[in-house]
Ligand binder design. Structure first.
Ligand code: IPE
Ligand code: MG
Length: 233
């Protein structure tokens, strides 16, 4: 979700107004994904690198986040959406962690869709934390080096139990991955759009999905093989 600051600056507004408007886009995309039966939606809401922004902006984002978590709870419950968070949650202020705990536990039984927020998240950091956990298990003798496989490593990531993303969308004309789901996006399709996040709504989301549906995913196989549904991948 990129381009909130530029959206506001273009209108002569403070950057935080862009973040405020960005919440409307979040609502629209969550609702649309849910209507379409998408099982997992992950929003990159705050990166580990974002901690370096001016304190007033960081604090405003944290406030918006807490308000969002409390305000959206009835709607998440109504739509049977489960809330999940990935990232270094312990770095977040206590009032945000409390809001996360509250909304996660209140939505834990929902099964229609999982909405994951990436908060204080960075892909490299996630990989290092997973490697550390594997090393600790090995040093303690709980596993041997040979037990570290793609599957067992993936199970140590924050996204354990979640499917890899099929599609990654980045708004605002930037063509970068910026530390998002580095491991998980190995075979993801990418859609980049010039639209700034506060202007990204249902129509733009549907357009990205349409573009995705026209991609031919081969997973390293030939076109002929990839057309056969029974090939393991
Ligand atoms: C994305 O918008 C939102 C967050 C990182 C929280 P930006 O704040 O990065 O907006 P630009 O890139 O400055 O326009
Ligand atoms: Mg940005």
């Amino acid at each position: 979700m990129d381009g909130n600051g530029r959206w506001a600056t273009q209108r002569g507004l403070p950057r935080v107004e862009g973040h405020r408007m960005g919440i409307r886009s979040v609502r629209a995309v969550v609702e649309c994904a849910r209507e379409l039966g998408i099982s997992h939606l992950t929003l990159y809401a705050f990166s580990s690198e974002n901690w370096g922004r001016p304190e007033i902006e960081v604090l405003t984002l944290m406030g918006l986040l807490r308000d969002f978590l409390f305000k959206e709870l009835p709607e998440l419950s109504r739509q049977r959406i489960r809330l999940n968070v990935i990232g270094e949650i312990e770095r977040l202020p206590a009032y945000v962690r409390e809001a996360i705990r509250h909304t996660m536990s209140a939505t834990a039984e929902n099964t229609e869709m999982t909405l994951s927020l990436a908060l204080s998240y960075a892909g490299r950091n996630e990989l290092v934390r997973a490697a550390r956990r594997a090393a600790e298990d090995a040093v303690a003798g709980r596993i041997s080096a040979a037990d570290i496989t793609e599957a067992s490593f993936a199970a140590r990531l924050d996204t354990a139990g979640m499917p890899d993303p099929d599609l990654v969308i980045r708004t605002s004309g930037e063509i970068r991955i910026s530390n998002f789901l580095l491991w998980q996006a190995a075979y993801a399709e990418f859609v980049f759009t010039e639209v700034l996040w506060p202007d990204f709504g249902k129509a733009e989301f549907l357009q990205a999905l349409d573009e995705y549906s026209r991609r031919r995913r081969r997973f390293g196989l030939t076109s002929e093989q990839a057309l056969q549904p029974d090939i393991p991948r």
